[in-house]
Design a protein around this ligand. Structure first.
Ligand code: BDR
Ligand code: CA
Length: 316
């Protein structure tokens, strides 16, 4: 059966791969894309979502613009050294033909989910502000959403924005706290696994030989990411972050997961950290108010080669 999804995104180079990968997968039906600030300002995120759908021949899929800043704090700003000034590796595409729908992202999520209870899954691959706003608008969506599979967080490994926090959670820790406390079926595809699934330069070079418009677009934008990533990693390889959330939805048997009670830190040096309680810890979960009734599924490891090969099969 096809799983209906709404991708909530700040495109973003790795977001682009995730969107194209989902569109190429018949197991998933993308019923809409919602934009959020993050890698770029939200206006540009919206424009990019529209552009990407048009490149993929899916200009009919609705895009709803979302939050321009976190719930309680200011937006810390885009990261052009990782994603380019345009969020697409500085290739500066022409404007999209289409425009966003009149509803904002939270309204769009609420209207879609409440019209199809139990059928729609949310796939946030940016800061979690829109999802928190949707929960505030209609708390019942916690029971109406099929599941949430998000890219973000770092449970048993260091962060990538600071020693504690991963970028999407750090982007709006208060929103992440609301989302992880909602009591729904939630899976965290964070740095525990995304730092273990890398694409090599040799694999990236394959996009140049594909005739697909989406692959040609990927071929134009990945070199920018590669330039940054290979310096950070010290080898010509690339983290794929957001598309690993899609890979997990498509091929769960290729991944190792654990259920953990999970809390998001909103204060101090650990702001944005996704803390988990594990059985090996020498204190009870109640001591720090971990909710053991609603653990999160945390993805920890993957059969990396098979994940990458499956992804390339669809994207090339
Ligand atoms: C996350 O941060 C963003 O820069 C990426 O698009 C991804 O969603 C990785 O930490
Ligand atoms: Ca992203």
């Amino acid at each position: 059966m096809t799983e209906k999804i709404i991708i909530d995104t700040d495109p973003g180079i790795d977001d682009t791969l995730a969107i194209f990968y989902a569109l190429e997968s018949k197991e998933l039906e993308v019923v809409g894309i919602t934009s959020v600030f993050g890698n770029v300002h939200v206006d540009l995120a919206t424009q990019n979502a529209l552009r990407l759908l048009e490149i993929a021949g899916h200009g009919d899929i609705p895009v709803a613009q979302g939050a321009e800043k976190p719930l309680d704090t200011a937006y810390i700003g885009p990261i052009p050294h990782i994603h380019g000034e345009d969020g697409q590796g500085n290739i500066f595409l022409p404007p999209p033909a289409g425009k966003a729908v009149d509803q904002n992202a939270a309204e769009f999520i609420v209207s879609q989910v409440s019209a199809h209870p139990g059928e729609i899954s949310l796939v946030p691959i940016g800061p979690l502000t829109n999802i928190a706003l949707a929960l505030q608008l209609r708390p019942q969506i916690a029971h109406e959403v099929k599941r949430v599979v998000l890219m973000g967080g770092a449970a048993l490994v260091p962060g990538n924005t600071n020693p504690a926090a991963e970028a999407n959670i750090y982007g709006d820790p208060e929103a992440a706290d609301i989302v992880f406390s909602a009591g729904w079926d939630i899976t965290m595809v964070g740095l525990d696994v995304t730092h273990k699934v890398l694409m090599s330069q040799k694999q990236i070079d394959k996009f140049a030989n594909s005739q697909k418009a989406t692959a040609q677009h990927i071929n134009k934008i990945l070199p920018f990411s590669m330039a940054f990533a290979s310096i950070a990693l010290g080898k010509p390889e690339l983290y794929l972050h957001d598309s690993i959330a899609i890979a997990y939805m498509l091929h769960p048997s290729l991944f190792e997961v654990q259920q953990y009670p999970l809390k998001v830190a909103t204060r101090g040096i650990g702001r944005g950290k996704t803390w988990v309680w594990t059985q090996t810890m020498d204190f009870p979960p109640e001591k720090f108010n971990f909710d053991t009734k609603h653990p999160a599924t945390v993805v920890l490891n993957a059969d990396s080669d098979t994940v990458i090969n499956n992804m390339l099969d669809r994207l090339l």
